[in-house]
Design a protein. Structure first.
Length: 199
């Protein structure tokens, strides 16, 4: 029996916290937007100055939480201005936008620099469901399984997929554990009824 509706796991503020751009103080900006040699080389290969800034923003966000974000200029404007000032003091940054293709290319580089893999349902869904099936034997609670999924992804260095993907995976794990328990219960009841008939 499949779940008819997506299971609710996080409240809206938790979803926004995980899947929205983080808010950095100046100290944290300096920490996450600092570049090592490999990152410097990746940035230097980007010709457009504004695009360099956006790449550094996405890379810095990924360092704090391995989630693929799709922020607008307005959502990250303060971080873009900070980076623009660091790259070229005295120059600001004008509003611009990136195509999805450009963002995808940036994230390909970010995955490589961070040593992470992009979520791939064909490669990663079965192992994570199996992991959650084991976890569900101790506690079948959506938030517990969600956290177990995020922890598994971190251990495997896989970027956290969309919330709806994790909802489906957690739902599947809960559903399969319930089916397993129902099967055990039905088998036990059938055996008891058989034994009762014999007596």
């Amino acid at each position: 029996m499949a779940f008819k509706e997506r299971i609710r796991i996080l409240v809206d503020s938790e979803i926004n916290d995980l899947y929205g751009p983080p808010k950095y103080s100046i100290e944290v900006q300096r920490l996450y937007f600092a570049l090592n040699d490999d990152e410097e080389r990746a940035v230097s290969s980007i010709r457009n100055r504004s695009h360099k800034c956006f790449f550094i923003v996405l890379l810095g966000y990924f360092k704090s939480k391995p989630v693929v974000l799709n922020p607008s200029f307005g959502e990250v404007e303060s971080d873009l201005k900070f980076i623009a000032k660091e790259l070229d003091p005295g120059f600001g940054i004008r509003r611009f936008s990136l195509t999805q293709k450009q963002k995808d290319r940036f994230y390909q580089n970010i995955f490589e620099l961070a040593g992470h893999k992009k979520w791939d349902v064909s490669l990663h869904q079965t192992p994570i469901v199996e992991h959650l099936q084991q976890a569900s034997k101790s506690w079948v609670e959506p938030r517990y399984l969600f956290d177990a999924a995020v922890e598994y992804l971190a251990q495997q260095r896989i970027a956290i997929p969309k919330y709806t993907v994790l909802q489906r995976i957690v739902s599947q794990a809960i559903n399969e554990e319930r089916d397993h328990n129902l099967h055990i219960l039905k088998t036990a009841i059938d055996r008891m009824l058989t034994d009762a008939d014999v007596l």
